[in-house]
Design a protein around this ligand. Structure first.
Ligand SMILES: Nc1ncnc2c1ncn2[C@@H]1O[C@H](COP(=O)(O)OP(=O)(O)O)[C@@H](O)[C@H]1O
Ligand SMILES: N[C@@H](CCOP(=O)(O)O)C(=O)O
Length: 316
């Protein structure tokens, strides 16, 4: 039996929720923006094959690929649960650029663990899976944050809650919005982008942070788009990270002047996101970003909607 699981890209932080908000996204043109993992029974030993557009951006040694760590973690959990495991071949189709701010490592982690769980006929429940995913994401970025793995696994707009038994709750999102995601084609490591953040914040910023996040969550529940996007301002990460993103400030100013509802850094960057509620306008701004924000031939721009499904098994 072979099982294939696709896990979508995500926009972490959403400007107002550093480590606390994340949105799963999918391109409107049907492009599979995310990683695909296939798990099948193997004759001899466990093994990992890596294919796809961004395979060559990953470490050469399988032991250094986070998917390999996911297999070990999953097998340990199976042993702890008194369940037998089989030897497997895992194929990672690495469709996501690394260090992109689109939750690339989360896509691999979620697709691998969800793929293994599907292979073993859903041995573990959603919360157990999410905890394992958080553990693997922390191994890569140096700190535990669920704002990529939760939306990637569960879909939609996710709010991380301060209760380890719940971890994440789905917030009502804005169904008529388009998210233009512009990846410039350069790498910014999440670890490095966390290191540029200050240890302490000014009281003024702390107050703005709390008020913006609370106002955003309230606006989501009331479906008040005007309020939601008016408070979408990042006082925690963007001021310190934007110098890592060539052309970010100019692009942001242009996009806001053109009527975008909001503009921000996706995850730790370098991907920029911009929100519109008209598809035509989103496509126009996507063309502008294509011409003005990309730095290398690896860059791309997608007009996206919210991905409500999260990780899913793909049929042959
Ligand atoms: N399957 C994988 N997918 C993505 N990154 C991986 C994977 N396996 C190992 N890595 C390593 O993990 C790090 C991921 O970097 P990070 O900046 O967190 O990426 P992203 O923000 O895109 O998730 C890189 O050093 C990369 O080489
Ligand atoms: N909250 C994290 C999110 C990192 O997202 P990624 O897509 O860049 O991995 C942070 O901002 O550090």
């Amino acid at each position: 039996m072979a099982v294939s699981v696709f896990a979508p890209a995500s926009l972490a932080n959403f400007s107002v929720g550093f480590d606390a908000l994340g949105l799963a996204v999918k391109p409107v043109d049907g492009t599979l923006l995310g990683d695909l993992v296939t798990v099948e029974q193997a004759e001899g030993e466990n093994n990992l094959k890596v294919v796809g557009q961004f395979a060559d951006k990953l470490p050469l040694a399988v032991e250094d690929n986070i998917v390999w760590s996911c297999l070990h973690l999953f097998n340990e959990a199976m042993a702890d649960a008194g369940r037998a495991t089989e030897k497997v071949t895992i194929t990672l189709d690495k469709k996501m650029p690394v260090g992109s701010g689109l939750g690339s490592s989360a896509c691999s982690v979620v697709a691998a663990l969800a793929g293994l769980n599907a292979f073993y006929r859903d041995c573990f429940d959603e919360k157990t899976m999410l905890k394992m995913m958080g553990q693997m994401e922390a191994k890569i970025s140096g700190s535990l944050h669920y704002d990529n793995v939760a939306p990637c696994y569960l879909g939609g707009l996710q709010l991380m809650v301060a209760d380890e038994h719940i971890i994440s709750r789905t917030l009502p999102d804005f169904k008529d919005c388009f998210y233009v995601m512009a990846y410039p084609g350069i790498e910014v490591s999440t670890k490095a982008a966390r290191e540029v953040l200050p240890e302490n914040y000014r009281r003024k910023d702390l107050l703005s942070y709390g008020q913006n996040l609370a106002s955003f969550v309230d606006a989501c529940h009331r479906q008040d788009k005007t309020q939601a996007f008016a408070v979408l301002q990042d006082v925690v990460a963007e001021p310190y990270r934007q110098s890592l993103l060539p052309g970010y400030e100019q692009a942001r100013n242009y996009l806001l002047a053109q009527g975008s509802l909001a503009v921000g850094i996706s995850g730790s960057g370098p991907t920029l996101f911009c929100v519109c509620d008209q598809e035509e306008r989103a496509q126009e701004l996507a063309r502008w970003l294509q011409d003005n924000y990309l730095q290398t031939e690896l860059g791309f721009v997608h007009v996206c909607r919210v991905d409500d499904l999260g990780a899913r098994t793909l049929k042959d």
